[in-house]
Design a protein around this ligand. Structure first.
Ligand SMILES: *Cc1c(COP(=O)(O)O)cnc(C)c1O
Length: 382
């Protein structure tokens, strides 16, 4: 069903269509092509990462991180339950158990003070998710990882361009994963990137990404025939999608500036509802620079959220919520988790609502959304 004001809308910000045509006509549309290299150079330059590898998705980048960590059946990886399924699946595919930890009520990020209690002799990695593009407490997480000899994989799917104490998210841990899915800030339909930290396993990462072959070395002329050298899969990005992405990356600053404006408009227009106690907003701590990935509000309870969704729906405005906590999902229950284990996650996930947020959202449409929300509360309190 089409909404007058959708929740998300894919967009063109610059030369994307021109670059896609250039990719097709240039004759290299598969992996390891010219646009992939331009995207990787841009991402590494922008974030200061040692190396960035473009992948088919953030999910694929997380799977590669799981492989590069050498996870084995019986290993444990600590992560929030309040996240997208890929965070857990990528580890589960290696046989590792996702060990969930509750979130902080202010940022909805993993509660760094609960991590140490979850560490066991089987723990191999910590997987912080920078929810909404707001940084987890990376100083605490990196110190715990160092003390217990663990890897840190940052799920930075939503966090390209955000910083923690001046450092780019995705580059602080041993591995980082970005997403360019059409719901993220810069997009190419489906796409992602793996950030490799200092003790770089670049050569192995390139092999895993190319179906376990040394094709990357072959392309560089370092071997005269490529062959099967390791496990792997097809994690490498098509140059067609990289062409789309490069057109977006070139416009990264104007895209972020527009999102900043949209975020500021929501905050200003909803301030009276916050003051009246109808809604609360998640916090962005002062030491976290934010990429304006999403705008979420917290309602008093689930029933209020359901009623507001219905009110907006009647006006053809689509607002959505996420996530069903992983520990209460059918798969979470199969893993032995049950409702009641992570109270902050369960409480906030039941009350959070995301408002329409996309590059082309007009000021008028935004005012329509906030007026509709104000009207909802005016009707309920009158
Ligand atoms: C979007 C998202 C993913 C998955 O990204 P894909 O590129 O669709 O695989 C993973 N984790 C989080 C937190 C996300 O928001």
């Amino acid at each position: 069903m089409r909404h007058r004001i959708p929740f998300n809308k894919p967009f063109i910000a610059g030369r994307e269509l021109e670059y896609i045509a250039e990719s097709v006509l240039g004759g290299h549309t598969s992996g390891d092509g010219p646009f992939m290299k331009r995207c990787e150079k841009w991402l590494a330059g922008r974030t200061g990462a040692a190396r960035v590898l473009l992948t088919t998705s953030c999910t694929a980048a997380l799977e590669m991180a799981g492989l590069l960590c050498g996870l084995r059946p019986g290993d444990e990886v600590i992560m929030p339950s309040y996240t997208f399924v890929s965070t857990a699946n990528a580890m589960l595919l290696r046989g590792a158990r996702p060990v969930f930890v509750d979130i902080r009520p202010d940022t909805l990020n993993i509660d760094e003070n609960l991590i140490e209690a979850a560490i066991t002799p089987r723990t191999r990695a910590i997987l912080p998710v920078h929810y909404a593009g707001v940084a987890c407490e990376m100083d605490t997480i990196m110190a715990l990882a160092a003390a217990h000899d663990l890897k840190v994989i940052e799920d930075a799917a939503q966090a390209l361009g955000s910083r923690y104490k001046g450092r780019e998210l995705g580059t602080i841990g041993h591995f980082g994963a970005f997403s360019f899915h059409e719901t993220k800030n810069v997009i190419c339909g489906e796409g992602g990137a793996l950030v490799l930290g200092q003790d770089t396993q670049l050569e192995r990462a390139e092999i895993l990404r190319e179906k376990g072959t040394d094709r990357a070395r072959f392309f560089r002329g370092q071997v005269d025939k490529y062959t099967w050298v390791d496990v792997g899969s097809s994690f490498i990005s098509s140059d067609l999608l990289a062409a789309y992405l490069y057109g977006q990356l070139e416009q990264f600053d104007p895209i972020t500036a527009r999102r900043k404006q949209i975020h500021a408009n929501y905050a200003a227009q909803l301030a009276p509802l916050v003051a009246a106690g109808h809604i609360t907003l998640p916090t962005v701590p002062d030491h976290c620079e934010f990429n304006y990935h999403l705008f979420a509000i917290l309602l008093r309870d689930t029933a209020t959220r359901a009623a507001l969704i219905e009110h907006l729906q009647a006006l053809s405005i689509l607002a959505v919520f996420h996530y069903v906590p992983l520990h209460t999902s059918p798969m979470g229950e199969k893993l032995g988790y049950r409702a009641g284990q992570f109270p902050v996650t369960e409480d906030l996930s039941a009350r959070l609502l995301r408002l329409p947020f996309y590059f082309e959202l007009s000021d008028d449409d935004q005012r329509t959304v906030t007026a509709a929300i104000a009207e909802f509360f005016a009707e309920r309190t009158s």
